[in-house]
Design a protein around this ligand. Structure first.
Ligand SMILES: Nc1ncnc2c1ncn2[C@@H]1O[C@H](COP(=O)(O)OP(=O)(O)OP(=O)(O)O)[C@@H](O)[C@H]1O
Length: 269
């Protein structure tokens, strides 16, 4: 279940004080994790959830609907606190970071539905840097997200207004502007929750190309139902009933002939 950044309600004060690391180390570790949503009747993770994300590597989390994939991202961003076990980033408990300055400023999320504002393309991208970016930084982020060439075809270039909710742009163009917005702050941790799942296959290829490039050498967590989009990540984990049941590269998981291989077969991969 993917929630957009703007829709989230969290009990945690974004200005809460805490650790502001000089160098944010994006490797993370969940061990014996327990977590239950405040309004849920049963836990999502029951103390048997163990997951490590290695710094500089791309990780994909796959598994059945409702298995807790998006919850991992919500916990990394500290929209909620774990109820038990350990949730660490860079060896530090997630709850010990200063929420905005220490934690969230080092990560970017790209979700299924990009939230663009009725402003120019430049402003929509600069939003990711809290409007502190120069035009060079904006164009650089746009190039990384493979949207610069498209922007250059527009009569007003970066000054083009995208319309209400980005309505003047196609789904793929919107998503690449959202990628540029995510990349402008050079996030140490890039979180992608079904970032290509709402796109047609041509747009999916374009956005996926930008994602693959952005993920190179960066700690990245990808959630995707379409397994073709995660074949090339460094490590895939399969979550089921609150725990990781398989982990490895695509080829290794295929050889296991387990849940992942079954899911691939269902998708004709
Ligand atoms: N805000 C919330 N409040 C209460 N329960 C929630 C909330 N978000 C998710 N859940 C529940 O927690 C469990 C895990 O949800 P999560 O969204 O992490 O699963 P998912 O694997 O990402 O699913 P999907 O593939 O459908 O997106 C589900 O049972 C879901 O109903």
């Amino acid at each position: 279940m993917a929630f957009s950044l703007l829709d989230r309600q969290s009990a945690i004060d974004p200005d809460s004080p805490g650790h502001v690391p000089a160098h944010f180390h994006a490797g993370f570790q969940f061990s014996n994790l327990q977590f239950q949503y405040p309004t849920a009747n049963s836990p999502t993770f029951n103390g048997d959830f163990n997951l490590e994300g290695y710094a500089g590597q791309s990780l994909a989390i796959v598994g059945p609907s409702g298995s807790g994939k998006s919850t991992v991202i919500a916990l990394l961003q500290r929209w909620y606190d774990a109820n038990g076990g350990h949730a660490l980033i860079g060896g530090v408990s997630i709850r010990d970071y200063a929420l905005s300055a220490g934690l969230r400023s080092h990560m970017s999320l790209v979700g299924q539905e990009p939230v663009l504002f009725d402003m120019s393309i430049a402003e929509n991208i600069a939003w990711g840097s809290e409007f502190s970016a120069t035009i060079e930084q904006i164009t650089d982020a746009a190039k990384q997200a493979d949207v610069h060439d498209f922007v250059m075809t527009l009569p007003d270039g970066y000054n083009t207004r995208v319309g209400d909710k980005g309505g003047h742009l196609s789904g793929g163009q919107k998503q690449r502007v959202a990628m540029a917005r995510a990349l402008i702050r050079s996030p140490k941790l890039l979180l992608l929750d079904e970032a290509t799942s709402a796109l047609d296959s041509t747009s999916e290829v374009e956005v996926q190309r930008a994602i693959d490039r952005a993920a190179r050498g960066r700690t990245t967590v990808t959630i995707a139902h379409r397994l073709s989009t995660v074949k090339n990540v460094d490590r895939i984990v399969v979550v089921n009933e609150g725990r990781i049941v398989e982990a490895g590269k695509h080829e290794e998981l295929m050889q296991m002939r387990g849940i992942y291989a079954d899911m691939c077969r269902q998708q004709n991969l």
